[in-house]
Design a protein around this ligand. Structure first.
Ligand code: ATP
Ligand code: MG
Ligand code: MG
Ligand code: MG
Length: 470
């Protein structure tokens, strides 16, 4: 049942439609009128003003399959790609929403019924988390649904804890937020990892599949939590994670969509080992890059365009590692359109020509400096006597060879080396003051990185610990 990801998407929307939800199209990856957000990172984004009471809809229940990108800003999974079984830069979030209609009990019941009756997941594989003080959620899970107390795990907001689950969901530093309850699936003890709330939870054994957020507050810039006009519900389930379960595989990269992309990449590049990590990274990155361009983002030196450029260049570098001798990345677009299914690929189908052209142009441009830059980096790494690459070299690669600093960090990480972040910034500042002193028109090298400080300036210092997982 529901063997393809596309069939699963339809089943989800249909289930909630028959339960009184309006099916709403995915919104763009570029958030409309929301300067607080880099890219759409959750299904609730397009409903933010409805939760806040500033926008009214003709319905109080909605469901959607929302395309999301988490490659910058508050939720940034770029550095997890290739290292975990469950993170992508681009993914689809299935969700159901209540705008002051139903609350905790129905939200929990809908999710549980869909998983255990519609999809027929074995209940013994599931466990749930709740916010540490949420006794009401505990009672519902325990008494009404029948989940054993030991399978209901209380978790706080874990500020500062590196890998722990966080049961207080927020879209960004401000905006709608509230306590949440999450459902995890146990893929079996042959896989490393522990239950949520344990130090081993970041392994890929217990995989978080569904987050049910009880939207109750609007966080202000000064941290104050103002109650929302009406308690509401926002849920999100990554379609690739539930597809993996339904297709009987562990890693998201083993599902139909990724297998098609991995096979196509391997075919183009003549690679025989389908387990190669670079193939996964490329299969991931083509999705975010193609859909970002389809939604109007173009590679550039600043803001969203720079994030896109960084992802494309990372993919191109992985292609180079696999022996690519000519542009390959854009050739994956037709396969992507095919495997996503007509509904999810609609915007991409309409813009296919421009998407392919932009990807090809960016790849060709970067290819001109990539080999030489890699040569310089390799030489520098071979000469290292410590585990840290100096900021001067990282800056030279950035300035002369077009290597975004996270790309340099990505290469270094494969050799267990980090980049001297402070040194990189210092080299950049020095360049700027030299340009000023010479009275030249000043290029603001910070410009492109500013919007995404998390991944550019703190992410790569944490590479050895694996980047931030929330
Ligand atoms: P994780 O702890 O695994 O990083 P999360 O807690 O950050 O996930 P939420 O913000 O709660 O994720 O998003 C809701 C759901 O979206 C998750 O339960 C998961 O199924 C899915 N999801 C989140 N991030 C990703 C990602 N980078 N790639 C694929 N699916 C994701
Ligand atoms: Mg989580
Ligand atoms: Mg979560
Ligand atoms: Mg996360």
């Amino acid at each position: 049942m529901y063997q393809t990801t596309a069939a699963l998407r339809s089943a989800f929307l249909e289930y909630f439609r028959t339960n009184g939800h309006q099916v709403v199209d995915s919104s763009s990856l570029v958030p409309a009128n929301d300067p607080t957000l880099l890219f759409t990172n959750a299904g609730m984004n397009q409903f933010k003003d409805v939760f806040l009471g500033a926008d009214k809809r003709s319905y109080t229940r909605a469901t959607s399959s929302q395309r999301c990108v988490r490659a910058g800003g508050k939720h940034n999974d770029l550095d997890n790609v290739g290292y975990t079984a469950r993170h992508h830069t681009f993914f689809e979030m299935l969700g159901n929403f209540s705008f002051g209609d139903y609350f905790k009990e129905d939200a929990i019941k809908f999710a549980w019924t869909f998983l255990t009756e519609e999809l027929k997941l074995p209940t013994e594989r599931l466990c749930v988390t709740i916010y540490e003080t949420d006794d009401e959620a505990f009672e519902i899970w325990n008494k009404k649904i029948g989940v054993a107390a030991e399978n209901i795990i209380r978790i706080g907001d874990n500020k500062g804890a590196a890998y722990a689950s966080d049961n207080f969901w927020q879209m960004g530093d401000t905006g709608p937020c509230g306590p949440c309850s999450e459902i995890f699936y146990d893929h079996g003890d042959h896989i490393w990892g522990g239950r949520p709330g344990t130090p081993e939870e970041d392994g890929d054994r217990f995989i978080e599949i569904w987050n049910i957020v009880f939207m109750q507050y609007n966080r202000q810039a000064d941290g104050e939590m103002k109650p929302l006009p009406k308690p509401s519900v926002d849920t999100g389930m990554g379609i690739e994670r539930i597809a993996a379960i339904m297709q009987g595989v562990h890693s998201n990269y083993e599902i139909d969509i990724f297998q098609a992309l991995i096979k196509k990449t391997a075919e183009i590049l003549g690679v025989t080992d389908l387990e190669n990590k670079s193939l996964r990274v490329i299969a991931d990155h083509i999705r975010s890059c193609a859909f970002l361009i389809a939604d109007g983002v173009m590679p550039s030196n600043e803001g969203r365009g720079y994030v896109l450029r960084r992802i494309i260049r990372r993919a191109v570098r992985h292609g180079n590692k696999l022996g690519a001798t000519e542009s390959f990345f854009y050739k994956l677009v037709p396969t992507l359109i095919e495997v996503m299914g007509a509904d999810a690929a609609k915007g991409l189908t309409e813009t296919q020509a421009i998407v392919e052209k932009s990807l090809k142009a960016e790849e060709e441009q970067f290819a001109r400096t990539l080999e030489r830059g890699l040569g310089i980096l390799d030489a520098a790494l071979n000469e290292l006597t410590t585990k840290v690459l100096d900021g001067e070299t990282a800056f030279k690669l950035y300035d002369t060879y077009g290597f975004p600093v996270d790309l340099t960090a990505d290469v270094c990480r494969e050799r267990d080396i980090t980049v001297d972040e402070a040194g990189f910034e210092a080299a950049m500042a020095e360049q700027r003051s030299r340009a000023q002193a010479a009275g030249q028109f000043e290029t603001d090298y910070n410009e492109g990185l500013k919007i995404d400080e998390q991944s550019c300036f703190t992410g790569y210092t944490e590479l050895n610990n694996q980047a931030t997982v929330t």
